[in-house]
Design a protein around this ligand. Structure first.
Ligand SMILES: [Fe+2]
Ligand SMILES: [Fe+2]
Length: 315
């Protein structure tokens, strides 16, 4: 942590450093609980023909969801950088960033290997999108605030968990192999979520006012990392209608986090911290109201003909 920073940021980084022993304990817990698997264990090159045969039965919404989840995973370099810019290699955080990146990297690999083996997409068209996504960069409003980063990753790991798990459920009747793969990925996301969630709880305990400000900065509206991908909006509309991921899921995530973080019982707050706490506690209702609006606007029957050049048969 050697950059030149504002006093505010220096204090935040100082606290993250001071919390190293607790972070190490969370990393140890994670490593004990994880189930390390490898893409080559889940896909057999001998089965490609069968895979492609079964994948032909996948509904377009599942294919679109798979593209969305795969592209989201492929944004990993952005996230590695965002975490690394606040951590040195020699800290517990630096170690976590490497462990986490190594685990996440398998997600993009396995989904891509599956999609290629099962011939789900026009791979060239999909690779072009992935390229654009990485080339465009990703600098959300929290990029220079490590507390916001931890709040954001707490939300995002849960969002990806739900999205992979729901997609697994929808794929199951057509392709048990895809269900199995997505379930493995979802289980990883759940463990990552626990790490970030419990790290943020440490920040709340040690620096409650600042932690609440960070939560308030990212929670009202989560910007998904892939939002710069061309066609992202249409893909996420399909995911929403198909029950893969939508604003109602987000309201549940926010509500669960506020509960787990015991925001209602947060103590040691300044006057403005108290006000922020009340605003945070009102968020699930506010997001649900928005979700209702969005859902009624998007309740038209699914448009199976939405064209994506990476989805054969959709043009
Ligand atoms: Fe992932
Ligand atoms: Fe993850």
């Amino acid at each position: 942590m050697t950059h030149t920073h504002s006093p505010e940021l220096r204090e935040q980084l100082g606290l993250l450093n001071a919390l190293s022993p607790q972070i190490e304990t969370l990393i140890e817990r994670h490593i004990e609980q994880r189930n390390l698997w490898f893409p080559a264990q889940l896909l057999d090159p001998e089965e490609r023909e069968e895979l492609a045969e079964r994948a032909r039965q996948l509904p377009q919404s599942v294919r679109a969801g798979l593209a969305l989840n795969l592209l989201t995973e492929e944004g990993l370099p952005h996230f590695h950088r965002l975490i690394a810019q606040h951590t040195g290699e020699d800290s517990a955080w630096g170690y976590w960033n490497n462990v986490w990146t190594a685990e996440e990297d398998r997600h993009g690999c396995i989904l891509r290997d599956y999609a290629r083996d099962a011939k789900v997409f026009d791979m060239l068209a999909l690779e072009k999108l992935q390229y654009q996504y990485l080339e465009a960069g990703f600098n959300p409003q929290w990029h220079s605030d490590p507390y916001r980063l931890v709040a954001y990753t707490s939300l995002q790991e849960k969002a990806t968990q739900l999205s992979h798990a729901n997609l697994a459920r929808l794929a199951a009747p057509h392709e048990p192999k895809l269900q199995h793969i997505l379930s493995r990925v979802a289980a990883d996301e759940s463990r990552h979520h626990k790490f970030y969630r419990d790290t943020f709880a440490l920040l709340l305990d040690a620096d409650p006012d600042r932690a609440l400000r960070a939560a308030w900065a990212v929670m009202p509206r989560m910007i998904m990392p892939g939002h710069t991908i061309p066609g992202y909006r249409q893909l996420s509309d399909i995911a929403h209608r198909a029950g893969i991921y939508g604003p109602r899921d987000y309201a549940i995530i926010v509500s669960q986090l506020l509960d787990t973080w015991r925001i209602a019982a947060a103590h040691g707050l300044s006057h403005s911290g108290e006000r922020l706490r009340e605003k945070l506690l009102g968020l699930p209702a506010r997001i649900n109201k928005l979700a209702e609006l969005v859902t009624s606007r998007r309740s038209q029957p699914e448009n199976e003909t939405t064209p994506f050049d990476f989805l054969p048969g959709s043009a």
